[in-house]
Unconditional design. Structure first.
Length: 255
């Protein structure tokens, strides 16, 4: 069932989304050669503490995972697509890093992700990250009253495929509100004019995931969480929590 949020609720979700935005900004600023993923997790955790917010990631235990998630950020490096568990790995020059983060404040959840390159970027990686951001922007632009879920999916998929990138099947965006994952699902590829109509008060986490090698193939790492590209190519992930309103899409996790 899809819950339509009131305008007041959307404002409250914006407050949660701003905690997310501050944390991702702080993590990006802290990231550098020699910094560990665990240190980045602690940076984000401190933003939660300062805001009086909690983490919807920490302890999250979906049916597919062997253990609860042990951190407040997903930190996915290079060939890791999403759901990477922060470890003591220290970032190296040229690493492509995707950070996914959520915050719960006042009973509402915000969720967002960024990808960036540490140190000197490779041209191919810079293009991959830029395309992920363009795909996200295209999806948000399509998130208007009167369109359908398929219009968002088609907008994202068109950008990704035109650039020659793969899209991991079965993973995409989702509704969000009191819980991190709500109905409806938001695929990263689809047919325009299909799917659930978009209405004022729907709130969606829109999140393209791109595989640089052009294939759609991936596998779960031994930790049961991290998804990795089969061909070893690099991946990028971008995400915002977006409210559908009569005046247009409102990005609740804007940084």
């Amino acid at each position: 069932m899809v819950e339509l949020k009131t305008d007041t609720s959307i404002d409250e979700m914006y407050a949660a989304g701003q905690v997310v935005g501050r944390a991702l900004t702080a993590v990006r600023e802290a990231a550098g050669v020699g910094v560990s993923l665990l240190e980045l997790d602690e940076v984000a955790h401190q933003v939660l503490r300062d805001a009086g917010a909690t983490s919807p990631f920490l302890g999250y235990h979906p049916s597919f995972a062997p253990t609860p998630f042990p951190a407040v950020v997903c930190a996915s490096v290079n060939e890791a697509i999403v759901h990477g568990i922060p470890t003591g790995y220290r970032l190296r020059d040229g690493d492509l890093v995707s950070i996914d983060f959520g915050a719960e404040l006042g009973g509402w959840v915000g969720d967002s992700a960024i990808s960036f390159i540490v140190g000197e970027p490779r041209a191919a990686d810079a293009r991959l990250v830029e395309t992920a951001e363009r795909a996200l922007a295209a999806g948000i632009e399509a998130a208007v009253v009167g369109n359908r879920i398929g219009d968002i999916a088609h907008a994202i998929g068109t950008v990704c495929r035109a650039a020659g990138y793969g899209i991991p099947d079965g993973f995409g965006g989702h509704g969000i509100g009191r819980r991190m994952h709500e109905d409806p699902g938001v695929p990263n590829e689809g047919r325009p004019g299909r799917g659930m109509p978009l209405r004022h008060g729907m709130v969606l986490a829109i999140e393209p995931m791109l595989i640089g090698g052009g294939t759609d193939d991936y596998h779960a790492a031994p930790d049961g969480w991290t998804l990795r590209t089969n061909d070893g190519s690099r991946a990028a992930h971008a995400e915002h929590t977006v409210a559908i309103t009569d005046s247009g899409p409102r990005i609740l996790t804007a940084r």
